[in-house]
Design a protein around this ligand. Structure first.
Ligand code: CP
Ligand code: NVA
Length: 302
């Protein structure tokens, strides 16, 4: 049987995503009650990281241990991947040894190629184009604080990057409206926005985009791999900071999210993350619970 993969949010149906998030909420409660949830004993997760990470690495590694399995960290610096072994060969070999694989890399196509040749489920742990695991945690966080996100309006402020593009998919899968406020030249992929034009609206003025919305989300202006462009981007994103002033235009019970790491004084004001409407710490914690639920789901299909 072909394994199920999670390369974008579109790989699971809306019902399957709902199930994963419900299970994440349940796993979180069980952990708080110190109840053991060793549902994946002996399973091994291979973690390929071609970019840095704090949250993703720790949440996958701790999550797999809590489920009774184990995880191994593979960096291109000390595997043959970094010396040019084809990704297809690596997929064939690794997937004969481990039960599930997560990959963080640059080109989205690379995880697609790996998945094509893998005998086991593959999870996208961030590519230049998408970061679907973060969206599971974000939606879980919204539901925990405010109930269903269906029918709500979310505003993305900033770069049309991997997170923004994952929000476009989320708008379709979780049934909400998405306003995107970005400077000219930093819009998300035009084909993707056009495909979801019934739910997605692009703005050039962040103030108009956040007016009366239920959730405001942002991310760094310079993603991993764009370090050289940082100064240019700081200039180009002037006026796109999520600040107290901007949040005051959103609905009175609006929440604020950021996948982290955040750069205070740039995409967020110095103090916004510490306010009561910022749920960024819950959002980070939920990576753990959401990915445990995701791994259980993918391995149960296998
Ligand atoms: N949000 C997120 O994916 O963080 P890391 O880069 O630390 O994994
Ligand atoms: N857009 C950011 C997200 C980091 C979790 C990046 O790709 O670097």
């Amino acid at each position: 049987m072909k394994p199920r993969h999670f390369l974008t949010l579109m790989d699971l149906s809306p019902n399957e995503l709902k199930h994963v998030i419900e299970r994440a909420i349940e796993l979180k409660a069980l952990r708080k009650q110190e109840v053991k949830t060793e549902t994946l004993p002996g399973k091994v997760l291979g973690m390929i990281f071609e970019k840095s990470s704090t949250r993703t690495r720790v949440s996958f590694e701790a999550g797999m241990a809590q489920l009774g399995g184990s995880a191994l960290f593979l960096s291109p610096r000390d595997t043959q991947l970094g010396r040019g072994e084809p990704i297809e060969d690596s997929a064939r070999v690794l997937s004969r040894m481990v039960d599930i694989v997560m990959i963080r890399t640059h080109a989205h196509q690379l995880v697609e190629r790996f998945a094509e040749y893998s005998k086991v489920p593959v999870i996208n742990a961030l590519t230049d184009d998408y970061h679907p695991c973060q969206l599971l945690a974000d939606i879980q966080t919204y539901i925990e604080h405010r109930g269903s996100i269906g029918g709500k309006t979310v505003t993305w402020v900033g770069d049309g990057n991997n997170m923004c593009q994952s929000y476009i998919n989320a708008a379709a899968q979780f049934d909400f409206k998405l306003n995107i406020a970005c400077p000219s030249g930093y819009e998300p992929n035009a084909e993707l926005s056009a495909k979801h034009k019934d739910r997605v609206e692009i703005f050039s003025d962040p103030k108009l985009a956040v007016s009366n919305v239920d959730l405001v989300v942002t991310d760094t202006w310079a993603s991993m791999g764009q370090e050289q462009e940082k100064q240019q981007r700081i200039n180009d994103f002037a006026g796109f900071q999520v600040s107290e002033e901007l949040m005051s235009l959103a609905a009175s019970d609006a929440l604020m999210m950021h996948c982290l790491p955040a750069y205070r004084g740039l995409e967020v004001s110095e103090t916004i993350l510490d306010r009561a409407d910022s749920v960024v710490w819950d959002e980070a914690e939920n990576r753990l619970h959401a990915q445990k639920a995701l791994m259980e789901f993918l391995l149960a299909q296998h």
